[in-house]
Write a protein that binds this ligand. Structure first.
Ligand code: NAD
Ligand code: GLY
Length: 359
């Protein structure tokens, strides 16, 4: 089992990665004195597959089950979670355990942040994307029809358990979506990850534990290091937004129906690399390397029917615009980033067209 400690303002918390770590959840929670009462929140789908593994953690018998998928990541679903917590008479001695992908994690985290002004939350991420990214770092929230993750709160978890066994039931498309976020870590911080992915692509697709586990732990280490240094995203954490400026806008203009989050980030990374190449700050070879890796993973959903003009409008509404300035992360080399604050409309639209959007 790999144990990584994340530093947060509310106190450090462990991320445990390894096969059968879910079986240690109850013991780990006991050791951390987490909750006299434990309430699990998950989705029907995830619970059908994996619910039986949570019987021994001493939680309420009936979990709260909600819809997941990006289109349900909104205040209505959060209201359903809060209603269920009120009905269950959850109190300040209660710990909420989120079992699911990033959508469940973000919504349950936000509910935990707001119910009784904040209850502890434990994340058990069940998608590759959630294991390598969303379960760590304390960002929680929901989408607004006009923009991605516009409503939310920082609420660090008390414990994160990433068990690769649950990934065996993950649909192939969802698994691939998580791999794009792994590519992100390769580009922004650890080029060896890119090499590893290219060299063991077949084993990764076969979900061979020896191939997948190192990707998860390497990604978690990077995420943990970055959010420990900059929990509230005033500096280093912005590098994690590589590919997200365009990615979030693509999700919003397609009403969260056309792309898996990771797929949108796949396009977003290509657009960011294209902007860097056009400015001669990103090596062309890096664009080609990432493009080829993305192609190897399989086709991204088509974008030819999406308007660059609309995507640009969504970018301007994004929360990465601070005080009228867009903070845009570009790659200056393999494993290195640079923050640009003067990326203009013309450059963004040119990059969107390069990756296949219409004017
Ligand atoms: P998701 O949560 O929608 O899950 C994708 C699908 O996989 C769902 O249909 C779900 O039911 C299913 N699923 C989950 N686990 C399964 C399993 N083990 N077996 C079978 N099916 C399973 O999507 P996601 O990609 O996990 O998360 C995307 C979300 O994460 C986005 O909303 C994104 O904004 C958010 N995110 C948040 C952060 C953060 O720091 N908070 C970081 C990255 C992404
Ligand atoms: N996924 C971006 C972040 O956690 O900051």
């Amino acid at each position: 089992m790999v144990r990584i400690t994340v530093t947060a303002a509310a106190g450090p918390y462990p991320v445990l990665i390894g096969r059968n770590t879910i079986d240690a959840l109850g013991k780990e929670m006991d050791a951390a004195r987490l909750g006299k009462r434990r309430i699990l929140v998950s989705s029907e789908r995830v619970w059908d597959f994996h619910g039986a593994r949570f019987r021994t953690i001493g939680a309420d018998k009936t979990p709260i089950l909600i819809e997941d998928g990006e289109r349900y990541k909104n205040l209505n679903t959060v209201a359903r979670i809060l209603d269920a917590l009120v009905k269950a008479q959850a109190d300040r001695s209660t710990v909420i355990v989120a079992v699911g992908g990033g959508v469940i994690g973000d919504m349950v985290g936000f509910s935990a942040a707001t119910y009784l002004r904040g209850l502890p939350v434990v994340h058990v991420p069940t998608t590759l994307l959630a294991q390598v990214d969303s379960a760590i770092g304390g960002k929680t929230g929901v989408n607004h029809p006009l923009g991605k993750n516009l409503i939310g709160a920082f609420h660090a978890p008390s414990l994160v358990i990433a068990d690769p066994i649950v990934l065996e039931t993950l649909p192939r498309r969802e698994f691939r979506a998580g791999l794009y976020e792994v590519i992100k870590y390769g580009v922004i911080s650890d080029p060896a990850l890119l090499d590893r992915m290219r060299e063991s692509i077949t084993a990764i697709f076969n979900r061979d534990g020896d191939a997948v586990a190192p990707l998860v732990s390497a990604s978690c280490r990077i995420k943990a290091q970055v959010v420990s240094a900059d929990e509230r995203e005033s500096g280093a954490r912005r590098t994690l937004n590589f590919g997200h400026t365009v990615g979030h806008a693509l999700e919003a203009v397609t009403k969260y129906k056309q792309f898996r989050h990771g797929e949108a980030i796949g396009y977003g990374m290509l657009a960011a690399l294209a902007i860097g190449v056009a400015r001669v700050i990103t090596p062309k070879s890096l664009y080609q390397e990432v493009e080829s890796l993305i192609t190897q993973l399989g086709p991204l959903p088509p974008v030819a029917d999406i308007s660059a003009k609309e995507v640009f409008a969504a970018i301007v509404r994004d929360k990465k615009v601070v005080n009228g300035t867009l903070h845009f992360i570009a790659a200056s080399d393999r494993g290195k980033t640079v923050e640009l604050t003067d990326v203009n409309e013309k450059e963004i639209k040119a990059a969107l067209k390069k990756i296949g959007l219409r004017a």
